[in-house]
Design a protein around this ligand. Structure first.
Ligand code: AMP
Ligand code: MN
Ligand code: MN
Ligand code: MN
Length: 276
């Protein structure tokens, strides 16, 4: 049976390629019951998504966002569900993050030019369609210009951490990202921990102390062993098992269909219980 819940997906409000209404229609067609759109540093797609969701009564759209944070070993992503979209302070904060993405994207394009891989910044902006700029937009521009065959190659050779065109951007600590989501009424959940957070067990106590409520146990291409390990960790730290496809509609080799992976319905009940 396909999943009924998918709590991690992107739209043109960040690095996804479907508009929010297009994604919602696809999810309704696939018979999903609870879904969350979690664009990077943006909730700009949620109003249009919500409007489309009204036309599909069997589908409930949970407002979400994905924030980037830094640890010494790399990146940590924190999802925030049911965050207060109306908060001006939240929106100003997200705008600042998007400004940082813009600045960093421009610097990456400069670095690419220095190593002989010209792409136009204006094209990167066009590909982002007004959404939060992210490395996949630059990767797509590199593919278009014939500098690489695939987005994956662009990441492996040029855009990944430690590669020649990589530029970091200033990010929050994971604990600050967790507290930020809590401050705006949201529920903070650790995204895709198995691959990104090498020493997860050393970090989790501090994340939980900061207010983390859940962790992605079900994700895109996790193995049975990874799922079992994360389930045990959720149990130990009393975290709600969450997850989803991290769908971007960008046709990358590791992409899975939206709604093909997600947590059980019981996780929705547990998340909602924390709101009351
Ligand atoms: P950014 O937020 O600009 O750092 O870009 C990160 C985004 O790039 C992630 O959300 C993924 O969508 C994508 N991404 C990260 N690493 C890779 C990779 N190795 N291959 C393809 N896409 C990636
Ligand atoms: Mn992304
Ligand atoms: Mn992520
Ligand atoms: Mn994501």
């Amino acid at each position: 049976m396909p999943a009924q819940v998918d709590l991690h997906m992107h739209t043109t409000a960040s690095d996804g390629r479907l508009t929010p209404p297009e994604l919602v229609r696809l999810l309704a067609r696939n018979g999903l019951r609870f879904v969350a759109i979690t664009d990077h540093d943006s909730t700009e797609g949620l109003a249009a998504a919500q409007e489309e969701a009204l036309a599909h009564p069997g589908l409930e759209l949970i407002p979400g966002v994905e924030l980037g944070a830094d640890i010494p070993e790399g990146d940590v992503h924190i999802l925030g569900y049911f965050i207060d979209l109306e908060s001006e302070e939240l929106q100003t904060t997200l705008q600042d993050f998007r400004g940082g993405r813009d600045e960093r994207g421009r610097r990456m394009v400069e670095r690419l030019a220095e190593i002989g891989l010209a792409v136009e910044w204006s094209r990167v902006e066009e590909l982002a369609q007004g959404g939060a700029i992210a490395r996949p937009h630059i990767a797509q521009a590199l593919v278009e210009r014939g500098h690489v065959e695939t987005m994956q190659e662009a990441f492996n050779k040029y855009l990944g951490k430690g590669c020649p065109a990589y530029v970091s951007r200033s990010k929050l600590s994971p604990e600050d990202a967790i507290r930020l989501i809590l401050r705006f009424g949201g529920l903070p959940v650790l995204a895709h921990p198995a691959r990104y957070v090498k020493n997860l067990h050393t970090y989790l106590p501090s994340f939980v102390e900061a207010g983390l409520v859940g962790m992605e146990v079900y994700y895109k291409d996790y193995t049975v062993e990874e799922v079992a390990w994360l389930q045990r960790l959720c149990h130990r730290y009393e975290l709600i098992p969450c997850g989803g496809s991290d769908y971007h509609a960008n046709g990358s080799a590791d992409e899975v269909a939206p709604g093909s992976v997600g947590p059980p319905l019981a996780s929705i009940t547990r998340l909602k219980a924390l709101l009351s």
